[in-house]
Each structure stands twice: as C-alpha cells, then as structure tokens.
Design a protein. Sequence first.
Length: 275
Amino acid sequence: MHQSSIDKMKAFRDGYLAEFRDTPLEILDIGSRVASRDQPNYRPLFGGPAWRYTGMDIEPGENVDVSVRNPYDWEEIPSESFDVAVSGQTLEHVKFFWVTMFEIVRTLKEGGLACLIAPGAGVEHRFPVDCWRFYRDGMAALCEFTGVRPVEVYTQWKWLYYEDGSGTWRDSCVVLQKPRLTDRERRRFHERAGMQKRVLAEGAGGWTHAAPSSAVPDRRAPSAFPEMASRDIFPRLEREREEDARRRSFHLRGRLIRKGWKSLLRSFTQPLGDG
C-alpha cells in the first residue's frame, strides 16, 4: 500500500468518522492482504477501541481475517453487516469490478459509508491482473449503477510529491453512503445484484460456483450515521501536500544557498598553494 493511499484513507477517517470514535462500528477492508507484516496497510487507521476492523481478501494471508471463495459472491459475509467499507488499490485488479461493487453495497448497512480508492494513472502492476484505471466520473457512475449516493468524488489530477513516488498513481476516490431503502427498493437491489452474478456465471468469467439466487435477506438495523454532505477532504489534503512540498523546497534552497556560501568563504580563507 503506497503512502499517498494511506494519506487519503486517513483523511477519510479524520474527515468523516472522527466524531464517531466512541460509536461501535464494524469496518470491512476489501482487498486487505499484504505481502509482509511490516507492509503499510489500513488496519492501524481503524484501531479505535469501539471499532472492529475486518480484513477481507480472496486468499488467506497477512492482514486477512476473512477470505472469500469468490470475488463476485461473498457468501461468507452477511448482507447489511458493516457500518463502513474501505478499499484501496484493489478495484483495478478486479476483472468485473461492477459486480464486486454490488457486493460492497450489499454488505453495507443502510446509512453506511464506504471509501474506495483506485489509481487513475501509473504503470501496469499485475496482481495477478491489472485491468482498469478510474476517474471521478467513473466512481460517480459506479454509485449511480448500484443505487448509492456519492458524497465526495475526487481525482488527483496534479502530481504530488511523496518520497515513495506514489504521487504518480493519481488516485481517484469516492466517499459514498448507502441510502435507507423501502422494502420494494431493497427487493429491487437484490434482484439486480443477483442478475449481475447470474450473467457473469453464465459468461466468460471462469466462475465455477453455481449462480446465486436473488433472495432478499432479513432487514438489519441501519448504521448510526446521519445523511452526510461532502466535507472536501481530498482537495484539502491536496493543498496540504502542495504546501508541504513548497516548504521542503524552500528549506532545500536555503540549505543549498548556505552550503554554497560556506564553500565560497572557505575558498577565500584557505591559504594559496605554492605556485
């Protein structure tokens, strides 16, 4: 997980969840597996005493609490069981990400929030495939397609300085909220989600499991979040990074100037050699 993604997810936590620090929250991280224990990941960001973080991936491994057999049908995770869903640097590796998007929304409680981050640029990095790049309009379209409300949508168009070079990925981000649905709307959502899975199961997805039904699960208690409005956290983070880069540049120039003056003074004070 690169540093610019960590910073964006931290901005989401601080911007949208800070006032709920003492509220019990179930938090799902989609695509949580890391190669080693010391590799940066989102778990430390969501370690509040009232919060419970669950790392999910399609394979068991480091930072994975639940592994699902199928990326497009998470039988292991009940519907409407999480208050918050987060995912970073995962959607670009999912061949049929729009089907997975229905699963993300399905697992969210009504009123629940999600923050999704995916690159808008960068070199190919197969894990095991690298299929997509996203812009803000694409993130908004995903929300429209799955019936959720985009709260804040952003693409990092500018190059931002990071020591690990991760500013080059120019991530796109969306903060979304699942609306409270009528019985008819819930039934329609699950019908559409089931239809997507059946189409994929019958097509070229390489899916070995049987096509799922579109049964409507029992309604669960909604999340405690009120209806959210955009808090412009990502543009604010961008401005902070630009200001930090200017400060770094100013200090670097000052150091170079001081170093140059010291070198010049030494050249005048050193005795001349025999000539």
